[in-house]
Ligand binder design. Sequence first.
Ligand SMILES: [Zn+2]
Length: 251
Amino acid sequence: MLTDQELLRYSRQILLQHVDIDGQLRLKNSRALIIGLGGLGAPVALYLAAAGVGELHLADFDTVDLTNLQRQIIHDTDSVGQTKVDSALRRLTAINPEIKLIAHRTALDVDSLAAAVEAVDVVLDCSDNFSTREAVNAACVAAAKPLISGAAIRLEGQLSVFDPRRAESPCYHCLYGHGSDTELTCSEAGVVGPLVGLVGSLQALEALKLLAGFGEPLVGRLLLIDALTTRFRELRVKRDPGCSVCGTQHG
Ligand SMILES: [Zn+2]
């Protein structure tokens, strides 16, 4: 059940016929894992907390640096030097004390990542490097958990949803193959704040749709955002039957 306070707090989204009280209850009973509390994870965590997702599991082993504040809007000047998880806990509790927050302050290895993924209903990859993305994808495929993947660098953003529960859905590896560990991260190549805010907001939106059960998810589609020209493009992405990560899952 929802309390009177919760009905009031979430009233503007409960008003939507796609959410309604049933959808709000589904959000309350949902658990989301956010990997990375940087430029993407900041809006993801803020919006999912504000929307009343019942449990947010926050994973980041980094501390807040002054250079983060240009885009990582969950942190503030007082957070510099704190762990990103503790900084986020403070802010999220201030926004919504009704939800439960679970902290992962150390780097996740294969086993702890598998356990963290198993414990939730949806995973949001807000990390900034290829090896983490590959590891998160493999854990999501193994546990059959939907993965909402976002990326932004310089003035370009990407977004897609991979859902191993759907036979036609590709996984991250189907799309990117072996990639490269030498690719640049935002801290090396630069990025504008509103672009990571945009991609992170879209990740949060996809999570709310999946968890509350409305709309059409961005599965089998890759959204490409060009901030320089403000153009959005969409590519179809197919599952690779020979994919080394998800290929055997569906026979
Ligand atoms: Zn695959």
